[in-house]
Design a binder for this molecule. Structure first.
Ligand SMILES: Cc1cc2nc3c(=O)[nH]c(=O)nc-3n(C[C@H](O)[C@H](O)[C@H](O)COP(=O)(O)OP(=O)(O)OC[C@H]3O[C@@H](n4cnc5c(N)ncnc54)[C@H](O)[C@@H]3O)c2cc1C
Length: 452
C-alpha cells in the first residue's frame, strides 16, 4: 500500500501514543471538557475573540465520534430547529481552509437521498419545503437526473432529494486542524488530561479538577460527547442520553461512481479525498442496551420507535460496564474517564457483512475495491435527536453542549460559534432556545423530526 495512505489512516487518530501535558495552566477564562469537533470549534471561536480558553481531553483530539464519522456535512434532511445553525456551519466550512490555512478535505459536492419507493419520494418532497424556508437549494431529482449523478448502479430508484450546496470533509483531518488554529490563536489544548470533576464556590463553578491538577475558571463547557450524561450525573444534573453504535468501512481508491454523498436504505457512500469510499449502512440502529436504556426509555420512546425495522438491540459487555460505573468518585483518584481514555467499540461484523453484500449488489464496480479499514463509533443522542446547548440552571457557570447525534460533525463549526456566543454573552445570531436542557423536564412535547 502507498505510504501516504497507511492502512490505519483513519484509526491513527485514536491509536497513536498519548501525549499528556508537561504542565497545566493555573487558570483560564473558559475550560472546555472534550476535544471533539464541538469543544474544539468553540475553543477556536473563543480564541479568535481573545478569550483565554483551555481544552482538556482525556484521550486524543477527535479520538471518539469526531474522528470516526462518515464526514458528511449536510443541511439536507435535518430537523428544522437545527437549520439556522447548519446553514451558518456550511458558510464557515466553505471558508475554513482559507481561514485556518490547513486542509480539512472540505468540498461542496452535494448530498443525495435516493428514493426507492413512492412513499419515500413523498417524504423527501415534504422536506423541500423546510429547505426553502431556510434558503437552502434542495430539490427533487427524477430517476433520469439521478442516473446522471450516480453512474453504473444496479439500483432502481424513483428519484432523489438533492442539495448541491451540501458537502463533505475528512474527519481524520478537520478537528485536529481546527485545534491547531485555536492554539495559534492562543488556546491551550491538553490531551491525556481527563477532567474528573468540578469545584464550586458560592454556588457556582470555580474550577475544573483534572488528573494533572486544578484549573480555576468561572466558565466551564462540558462537550464530552458520549460521556456527558455520566459527567453531569456526578454533579447532580440529569442529561438524558443514549448511545448507538455506528460501523464504518473504507475502501482503497476506486472508480468514481458518484461525486455526491449518497444515502439509500441499504448503503451510505461518500467519496473520500483519497479517491476511496467511506461506506456504512445508515439505517441500522445498533443499540447496546445499558441501564440508561431503562432509565431514559420513556423519554426516548418516540426516537426509538421512529424506525423500528432499523432497530438492532443487543445486551452484553456495555450493560455490565455501565452497571458497574460509579455515580460519583473522589476527585483525587483515577476516575472513569482515565479508565477509558478512548471509547473504541468494535465494528459489528454483521453490519460489515451487510455493507459488503450491498456494495456488491448496488455497485459491482466498487465491490472489486478492497476494504482496507473498518472501525466503529458510539453516536450519542437525546430524546428528540437534537442537541442540548445550555447553561445548567442548578450550577451557574457550567455549560453543556452534547447530543449532536449522527449529524454533529457537519454542524460543529456553526455550533462552536453559537456556543462561544453563549459563553461570552455576545450574540452569535443563532437562537439556542430549542436546545435548552429543561425541555426534557418541563412538559415540552418531545418530537424528533429526524432519525439518529
Ligand atoms: C459512525 C459515525 C458516523 C457519523 N457520521 C456523521 C456524518 O456523516 N456527519 C455528521 O455531521 N456527523 C456524523 N456523526 C456524528 C458526529 O461525529 C458527532 O455528532 C460529533 O462528532 C460530536 O462531536 P462532539 O465534540 O460532541 O463529541 P466527541 O467527538 O465524541 O468528543 C467528545 C470528547 O470528549 C472527551 N471527554 C469525555 N469526557 C471527558 C472528560 N471527563 N475529560 C476530558 N475529556 C473528556 C472524549 O474523549 C471525546 O474526545 C457520526 C458519528 C459516528 C460515530
Amino acid at each position: 500500500m502507498n505510504e501516504s495512505m497507511p492502512a490505519d489512516l483513519v484509526s491513527q487518530s485514536w491509536t497513536r501514543p498519548f501525549h499528556p501535558p508537561t504542565s497545566i495552566p493555573a487558570s483560564a477564562e473558559v475550560v472546555i471538557i472534550g476535544a471533539g469537533i464541538i469543544g474544539i470549534s468553540t475553543a477556536w471561536f473563543l480564541a479568535k475573540q481573545g478569550v483565554d480558553v483551555v481544552v482538556c481531553e482525556k484521550g486524543h483530539i477527535a479520538g471518539e465520534q469526531s474522528g470516526r464519522n462518515w464526514g458528511w456535512v449536510r443541511q439536507q434532511g435535518r430537523d428544522s430547529r437545527e437549520m439556522p445553525m447548519i446553514v451558518e456551519s456550511l458558510r464557515i466550512w466553505r471558508g475554513l481552509e482559507a481561514d485556518i490555512g490547513e486542509d480539512v478535505g472540505f468540498s461542496e459536492q452535494g448530498v443525495l437521498f435516493a428514493a426507492a419507493t413512492d412513499k419515500q419520494v413523498r417524504q423527501y418532497c415534504d422536506w423541500v419545503e423546510t429547505a426553502r424556508e431556510h434558503g437552502v437549494d434542495t430539490r427533487m431529482l427524477d430517476a433520469a437526473e439521478l442516473r446522471r449523478l450516480v453512474r453504473g448502479s444496479t439500483a432502481t430508484w424513483k428519484g432523489a432529494l438533492y442539495t448541491a450546496s451540501d458537502g463533505r470533509a475528512e474527519p481524520h483531518k478537520a478537528t485536529a486542524a481546527i485545534a491547531r488554529a485555536a492554539v495559534r490563536g492562543g488556546a491551550s489544548v491538553l490531551t491525556a488530561c481527563a477532567v474528573r470533576g468540578i469545584d464550586t464556590s458560592a454556588g457556582r463553578v470555580s474550577a475544573v479538577v483534572t488528573e494533572h491538577g486544578t484549573i480555576k475558571a468561572p466558565l466551564v463547557l462540558c462537550a464530552a460527547g458520549a460521556w456527558t450524561s455520566l459527567f453531569c450525573r456526578s454533579l447532580g444534573i440529569t442529561v438524558p442520553q443514549l448511545k448507538v453504535r455506528g460501523t464504518v468501512a473504507r475502501t482503497a481508491p476506486a472508480e468514481n461512481v458518484c461525486d455526491s454523498n449518497l444515502f439509500d436504505d441499504r448503503l451510505a457512500i461518500r467519496r473520500r479525498q483519497d479517491g476511496g469510499y467511506t461506506l456504512a449502512n445508515g439505517l441500522i440502529f445498533d443499540h447496546p442496551i445499558t441501564p440508561s436504556t431503562f432509565r431514559f426509555a420513556a423519554k426516548f420512546a418516540r426516537a426509538l420507535l421512529m424506525e423500528p425495522e432499523a432497530m438492532r438491540l443487543s445486551i452484553g459487555r456495555e450493560f455490565f460496564e455501565e452497571w458497574s460505573m460509579p455515580e460519583r468518585w473522589p476527585l483525587d483518584a483515577v476516575s472513569p474517564f482515565e479508565r477509558t481514555r478512548v471509547l473504541n467499540p468494535k465494528p459489528n461484523p454483521r453490519v460489515l457483512k451487510g455493507i459488503r453484500r450491498n456494495v456488491a449488489a448496488m455497485f459491482p464496480q466498487l465491490a472489486v475495491a478492497p476494504i482496507v479499514e473498518t472501525w466503529a463509533g458510539m453516536i450519542e443522542t437525546t430524546p428528540d435527536v437534537i442537541p442540548v446547548i445550555d447553561e445548567a440552571e442548578a450550577l451557574p457557570g457550567f455549560h453543556i453542549a452534547t447530543g449532536f447525534s449522527g449529524h454533529g460533525f457537519g454542524i460543529g463549526p456553526g455550533a462552536g460559534k453559537a456556543i462561544a456566543g453563549l459563553l461570552t454573552g455576545k450574540d452569535s445570531g443563532i437562537d439556542l432556545e430549542d436546545f435548552r436542557l429543561s425541555r426534557f423536564f418541563d412538559g415540552t412535547p418531545i418530537r424528533p423530526q429526524s432519525s439518529v
